[in-house]
Design a protein around this ligand. Sequence first.
Ligand code: SER
Length: 570
Amino acid sequence: MKAEELRQKFIEFFRARGHAVVLSSSLIPDDPSVLLTTAGMQQFKKYFTGELDAEKDFNSKNTISIQKCFRTSSIDEVGDDTHGTFFEMLGNFSFGGYFKEEAIKYAHEFITSKDWMGLEIDFVSVFKGDDNVPADEESEKIWESLGVEKIKKFDRDDNFWGPTGNEGPCGPSTEIYVKNAVGNSVEVWNLVFNEYYSKSGVLEPLMIKGVDTGMGIERLAMVTQKVSNIFETDLFTPLTSVLPHELPERVKRILADHARAVSFLTSDGVRPSNKEAGYILRRLMRRMIVHGADFENLFNKVGEIYSPAYSELNLNVVLEEFKKENDKFQKTLKSGLKELGKLESIDAAAAFKLYETYGLPFEILKDTEISGDKAKNLSREEFDKEFARHQEKSRAGAEKKFGGHGLLLDTGELKAVDERELKIVTRLHTATHLMQAALRQVFGPEVKQNGSDITAERTRFDFFFSRKVTPEELKKVEDLVNQKIAEDLPVGFVEMPIEEAKKTGALYFFKARYGQKVKVYFMGKDLESAWSREFCGGPHVSHTAEVGKFKILKEESTAAGIRRIRATVE
Ligand code: SER
């Protein structure tokens, strides 16, 4: 069974059992507590807590998705038989619709029935219980009633899931293990029964008991295609087969995995940088580049495999960004490798220096094909500590650099390559503040920023809001912004300690990290009476009339509870 057939079967099975099919959300999550999407349940968190109503949004209490996921935890493990960074997770969910009995019966039928996967279950696992949460005897009984005899009991590490980030739904889980072609037992499906909400480690009963399951398609393909590892499935063989024959198998696996991850992360809007998701992307790209520079065939293959199912894949942008990163990295790579050659061994301080001066990421230093065993004693933990120490030092809001083409601005939020672009992004930036204030005036305080990205073409603003927005409401927002532009409000800022700044009622972005002192930008006569107040590093125009005419180009939903507006200025 080809991977595409697995996707179709999964959809068919659950659709016939009353589940609404929900599109994968972006790899950039709406969940503030995590950097990237790691699980299918993330976009549904608010349906488990009762903040949103699945019946209303999906016409059903039960949903499925095929979710794009990325896990940094397995970056170092890529190359073994079962781990990838990017993967697709097949999942069924229920928000108060059904619970353990149906969930286990569905999974059992889908895995074992000849009409579906026709696989043999090797064993299942259930939660054995601890001081806080009782053993999951109910699941054990259900498996027994289905004739499954081998039931193992595992502790919290294996059979209790969640929460993602600092808080969220969580609960005991039961897992299904199937043997692969060489007889190893592989966990293919994890069924989580959300019955608690965890906040700072304290468990409270969840409003709505729910089901959250996840099955990596790569592993399912491995066992249905009867091969011994994920890289032998049809999801990977077309990729590894375009790579040079002489490359070691492990390197081929890494390149294939990273090419998929790079393609999806870039297409979802991540760009290589020195922080957060951008830093992850940079590491993946550089890890590839160190093994070669021309991966056009490989990326084209990724496009061939995934474009039919994922219309967001944008190979042109992927190739362009990869090329840019390659050009940047080539400038220092050779000297970096030379420097590396001189060292006897690499500790955290030396590793950070190699990264800072030559851009060699941790993974490259740990890559034995590149560094032998020089970094044998270097741990990720030590390196991350060193990295964080330096980041702290250089956390200087906006970063201005002088490149070959004049002034370049890259604050993470705003990007401009020259003076002309700088002027436009500055106007768009002020417009974005006005728009957030207008959105809150029209829709109330539920509106909260979830991200923004400003280029010379447009501003893109993501915010939390739980329902559809009407064209009339959008027009109201647009008119209100234009009205404030026409009023030609002065734009200014005051700098103050963060605690004091919070008391002014200024908006701030929960994902951003602020220093002890922050600037509060305001639009109006003074800070107290201002119409808009936000923590911000600038730059902004000095009077709102400089913004010009503001126009909303598009409004859409990017995930449950998240809206996205693109707008421009003329
Ligand atoms: N959230 C669980 C997991 O990621 C089940 O989907 O494994």
